[in-house]
Design a binder for this molecule. Structure first.
Ligand code: MN
Ligand code: MN
Length: 300
């Protein structure tokens, strides 16, 4: 190849790299195959539902931003209010394995109560992931960060290992249909029924057991650019709300009682979800109940 040919190849590669940079999550992966760059803004691209701040004097709506997911943490309850993240296949395909290294979050201010890895032991509640381990499997290091106790709630096993697990799997299935998703999961209310019955707290009162766990998501065709520009009234919206009660494990994962609207979650929590989405589009999407893709099979 002539020198000029090499030069244009170099220029072409640079242009390609720069255009790819517009959507780092879709196009750029690190050596492990994980998305790379400063990914934190993407976790809050749809908005900050409770206007959480990284201010130690705001301990019950305390913002913890990481590349993998972003949290509003509630220090009085010892659990997150909500967790927000971006989901694409890049995040969960690759060489990572489930790490199971539950531990306190090292990014918590020292004035906060650090929930220990064994805080739920013997309570009859699972350490239920908010951002799922299986959504972050591109590398061991990335997966490990889902095991901070600030990403856990005391979740009834029948919920966590039952319909909830299927809904997590369903969102990864949608991501596999050449889509990308913006997901927010949260909790509200107090008191759940686990394997050993009803409880309002675990860990000697330091950790609150929520009564409800919910999840909302917007799915759009995977592509480059600012994803807010591609959200319209035809975007797919998902909203579920499942009681933190072991008995839900006896129901089918797609039981119609789990399906709800973003409006209903907003009413129950007082949050403004998807607040960065254009108001008319927001109003339209937030009143819709999701139609489940019948091709999905949870396997149980
Ligand atoms: Mn789980
Ligand atoms: Mn909203």
């Amino acid at each position: 190849m002539k020198k000029s040919g090499l030069l244009s190849l170099a220029v072409f590669s640079l242009i390609f790299l720069f255009s790819a940079c517009e959507d780092p999550v879709s196009e750029i992966v690190d050596n492990d195959g994980c998305p790379t760059g400063d990914l934190r803004p993407l976790n809050l691209l749809m908005g900050n539902p409770s206007n959480a701040t990284a201010d130690e004097n705001n301990p019950d709506n305390y913002l913890i931003e990481m590349d993998e997911y972003t949290i509003s943490y509630n220090n009085s309850k010892g659990i997150p209010n909500w967790v927000s993240w971006h989901l694409s296949t890049d995040w969960f395909t690759g060489d990572g394995n489930r790490q199971d290294d539950f531990r306190p979050n090292p990014f918590l201010p020292s004035s906060f109560y650090a929930v220990d890895d064994d805080a739920y032991s013997g309570s009859g509640f699972d350490r239920g992931h908010c951002c799922p381990s299986a959504d972050r499997l591109c590398s061991d290091a990335t997966n490990s960060r889902t095991f901070f106790m600030t990403n856990m709630i005391p979740q009834a096993p029948g919920n966590n290992q039952g319909p909830w697990a299927c809904w997590e799997k369903y969102l990864r299935y949608l991501a596999g249909q050449d889509k990308e998703l913006y997901v927010i999961m949260g909790q509200y209310g107090q008191g759940g029924t686990g394997f050993f019955g009803y409880r309002e707290t675990v860990d000697e009162g330091n950790v609150w057991v929520p009564s409800n766990v919910w999840k909302v998501a917007i799915a759009i065709p995977r592509g480059e650019g600012n994803d807010l520009d591609f959200i319209d009234s035809n975007s797919e919206i998902i909203a579920i709300n499942i009681l933190n009660n072991d008995a839900v494990g006896d129901l089918d994962w797609d039981d119609s009682s789990f399906l709800t609207t973003v409006d209903a979650i907003e009413a129950a929590t007082g949050y403004d979800l998807f607040s960065n989405v254009q108001t008319s589009v927001q109003n339209n999407l937030e009143s819709q109940v999701h139609s489940i893709d019948a091709n999905f099979d949870c396997g149980f």
